[in-house]
Design a protein around this ligand. Structure first.
Ligand SMILES: Cc1ncc(C[n+]2csc(CCOP(=O)(O)OP(=O)(O)O)c2C)c(N)n1
Ligand SMILES: [Mg+2]
Length: 359
């Protein structure tokens, strides 16, 4: 088509603060000027990885249900959660226990959830945060709803929704961001683009050049960051939260990372992706990069790593012990939390189940 004029243009900015070798790219944001201030982020990523690794071995030993590892994606969960206040609301999907941990959800609660025990969703802290959402993308409209509630109540709070690249192909996602744009909701949508939706690579999920630009169609900014750079993720989330709190509306952050693990413990990724591809991405994983930066700034060393590993192991093992010692929930719990008043067909099923039959 021949154009008479251009009626819209857009740009998707990209941000990286630490390069793959742990060097600062330009001046770091104010929160990162003193390298010591980055230590809590490093510690949080190591802690998340320690719980993650143990959850996988528990599953392999038949002591945990299906588990979704976040190996290599820790910088997104930690960068995002570290920017939030306790008054904001986290609406996660299923690969973000690193964010939940920072929000005050305990390792025991996380293990209980993945062990199939709903009591793991009844967080002692972070009472208003949402539980893990297993259906892909169905929590994105929930996040828009939370953001609407926060907007109506006032108080400069925001809803932060974490989702995967695959979830951005869902109608739920498009509908949610559309309303978020129209109503200028205080929402931050963080897409962890890890290259895969189970066996479907990013390139065959969506024809857009970036996932960030999906926000443009909804009328708000989309930005891309290096999702393995916790400083960049934190910086982008700070900016998005500031916009939300100022009443300027939502932001979409596409955080580029790579899923180093199988999709879940029920998956064998060697059936659909070349292990050499995984190895190529391993070098870019987020912990090493920050460790190198902290070491060269003189605030972290090998003995600190050893002490931190021991601390995390002790915490995780205590949680594992408590998890394994937790008596199973009562059988009727299966029916307890979906409806305020159980509909008649479910009452029938429950009674049959409790009498020893199949539900
Ligand atoms: C509505 C729905 N459809 C299908 C599934 C099965 N499923 C679980 S995870 C997943 C892919 C999700 O990909 P992505 O959003 O990129 O998140 P990632 O697993 O990479 O973190 C699918 C199809 C599901 N859980 N829910
Ligand atoms: Mg994905």
């Amino acid at each position: 088509m021949e154009a008479d004029e251009t009626v819209a243009r857009f740009e998707i900015p990209y941000r990286r603060c630490l390069d793959l070798e742990g060097n600062a790219v330009g001046a770091l944001p104010a929160f990162a000027r003193d390298a010591k201030d980055l230590l809590p982020l490093y510690r949080a990523m190591v802690r998340a990885r320690a719980l993650d690794a143990r959850a996988v071995t528990l599953q392999r030993a038949g002591q945990l249900g299906t588990y979704a590892s976040a190996l290599g994606q820790e910088a997104i969960a930690v960068g995002v959660a570290s920017a939030m206040t306790s008054r904001d609301v986290l609406v996660p999907s299923f690969r973000e226990h690193g964010a939940q941990l920072l929000r005050g959800v305990t390792p025991l609660e996380i293990l209980l959830f993945w062990g199939g025990d709903e009591r793991g969703c009844d967080f002692a802290a972070a009472r208003e945060d949402f539980p893990v959402c297993i259906p892909v993308g169905s929590h994105v409209p929930h996040a828009a709803g939370v953001a609407l509630a926060l907007q109506l109540r006032g108080g400069a709070r925001a809803a932060v929704c974490l989702l995967g690249d695959g979830a951005t192909s869902k109608g739920d996602f498009y509908e949610a961001i559309n309303l978020a744009g129209v109503w200028r909701l205080p929402a931050v949508f963080v897409v962890a683009n890890n290259g895969w939706a189970i066996s479907v690579p990013r390139a065959t999920q969506s024809a857009t050049a970036t996932l960030a630009q999906k926000a443009i169609a909804a009328g708000f900014p989309g930005v891309q960051v290096d999702g393995n750079d916790v400083v960049a993720v934190r910086d982008a989330t700070d900016a998005a939260l500031a916009r939300a709190r100022a009443g300027e509306g939502p932001t979409l952050i596409e955080a580029l990372t790579y899923r180093l693990a199988d999709h879940t413990t029920a998956d064998d990724a060697r059936r659909y992706r070349d292990p050499a591809e995984v190895e190529r991405h391993r070098h870019a994983e987020p912990l090493r990069r920050l460790r190198v930066y902290l070491a060269s700034a003189g605030v972290w060393g090998a003995s600190d790593d050893e002490a931190l590993a021991a601390e995390c192991e002790a915490e995780v093992e205590a949680a594992v012990e408590a998890y394994l010692a937790t008596p199973p929930a009562a059988r009727e719990e299966i029916f307890a939390h979906l409806h305020e008043r159980l509909p008649a067909p479910l009452v029938e099923q429950r009674d049959r189940f409790l009498a020893g039959g199949a539900p």
